[in-house]
Design a protein around this ligand. Sequence first.
Ligand code: SF4
Length: 286
Amino acid sequence: MAPQTSTPSPSSAPPAPRAQLIHIEVDRRLGHEWDEWNGQPLPRGGDFSAAPGLFFRFAAVTLAVATAAVALLLYLIGPRLGTLWPLLPRILWTVLALFAVVQWLYLGVVAAAFYSGRNLLPERLLERGPYLQLMNYTSLVARVFGKRDWVEHAAIDVYNTLAGRRGRKVGKGELLVLIPRCLSKQALDGVLEIAGRYEVPVFVATRGQLARRVIRERRPRAVVAVACERDMMTGLRDVAGRLPVLGLTMQLPNGPCRDATIDLGQMERWVQGLVAAAPARGRTKQ
Ligand code: SF4
């Protein structure tokens, strides 16, 4: 006779193991620009102020690196291209040389415009034109040297100086103030006070995508944006070509994405300068 086995009834089974729910308390939500932050305090209390000359030095290195990279490529593939058409390598070398001359001339004009106090070129050829690309490529090179935030700060300062000199005026309802979610309470109160005084709308843009949406929907004629250097570079690259922007960078005394402070005096000067004595809509300078 086969042995009888008894299966335990469900009621007598030991309870199934339950997953433990672990709560992780986060005291900040990092913007993706800061993904690689190691949690250590930022240098100089998160103040990345740097002299504009730093940007010009790194921009010169960027042009040299870019020219050298293309020259190396041409040197390597030139003989092969010569088998297709013997004149081709010579033409490409000439184009590269001309391009390099134009790039260096452009950098010289930007530096002359900045230091001479006269913009020398229309905005489409200066701060709202190729300068935005130059800023971004320079930032890439600065990262290699661990100088990203300082070089970006200097680049944004140069941009603001050139843009501010245009003396643009807009109506109160035509200016938009965009702030990030990471401002300290004191900074936020200060921004709201300034915005209230000059009757300009303020939007908290939690992500660049949202900032672009607000701009699309509100259709401002100028923007004063607040962000850290990293976020500001992306914002300027995406928006400044289409819309006049002044970009106020922040200090990050408690690390990225929390309790940021700003120069409220600078913000007020910009807002006041943009909306003061603004002519009626339709007669404003764009
Ligand atoms: S602007 Fe503020 S929230 Fe956005 S990435 Fe910079 S530090 Fe973080």
